[in-house]
Design a protein. Structure first.
Length: 231
């Protein structure tokens, strides 16, 4: 088969990002013919992304893509996978998460500065902090988007993934989409999740986390002003 031949010849490509793109694109085209083999292609693409993540920073990006910040095709590939199998996309999201995104997520969970540490005052440090917040926000949105897609196929599995995300990342506005999807399939389960999310928000110190104060306002509007949907 032509697609098999194309994927076998990706070994000739120098950059792992390019190998990942070609392999994932082949999987996208093959899905309707052979889902099992397509998943193997997607996992192979993820292995290439991991290899790219582990390269030295000055060599990890294809120079033709280097004019763009964070030019890795990881997000594009994960979105392609999620069209066909959102649970696999979620699994590979975790597996391919680069170290700078891990650091950004950890920083976003920090509610206060360590003792004696002050907010960065110089422009470079403030820019780095802003970039970290952006990376964390993008990653969480991607994670919870995949969870919402998975909810359409298997609400119980989606609820498990959502609870894991809440434990690791806290509450963001994108969890509401997942709950709404689950509610269409399993109203009782969605009601349980609404109560758990509400309790987690009530346990949050909003004085230290402005973003979650805004999320709490959205939560009240969506789930209590429209409570007939979840009670």
């Amino acid at each position: 088969m032509l697609l098999e031949q194309i994927v076998s010849e990706t070994a000739l490509l120098k950059f792992p990002d390019n190998r990942a793109l070609v392999t994932a694109s082949a999987g996208d085209l093959m899905w309707k013919r052979d889902e099992k083999r397509t998943r193997q292609f997607f996992r192979q693409a993820a292995e290439e992304i991991i290899q790219a993540n582990n390269l030295p920073a000055d060599n990890s990006a294809n120079p033709f893509m280097g004019v763009f910040a964070n030019a890795s095709p990881r997000k594009q590939i994960l979105l392609t996978i999620a069209k066909h199998d959102p649970e696999l996309a979620l699994e590979l999201l975790y597996a391919t998460r680069p170290s700078n995104v891990v650091s950004a997520l950890m920083a976003s969970m920090q509610t206060e500065l360590p003792a004696g540490q002050k907010q960065p005052s110089n422009p470079a440090s403030r820019m780095e902090e802003s970039q970290g917040k952006f990376l964390a926000s993008q990653e969480l949105q991607l994670e919870q988007s995949f969870s919402a897609q998975a909810a359409e196929k298997d609400p119980k599995r989606a609820a498990k993934l959502l609870r894991e995300s809440l434990a690791k990342n806290g509450v963001t506005s994108s969890v509401f989409q997942t709950v709404d999807k689950i509610n269409k399939k399993d109203r009782e389960l969605a009601t349980e999740l609404v109560k758990e999310i509400g309790q987690k928000l009530l346990d949050t110190d909003f004085a230290k986390k402005d973003s979650e104060r805004n999320v709490f306002s959205s939560f009240l509007r969506q789930f209590y002003l429209d409570s007939d949907k979840y009670c």
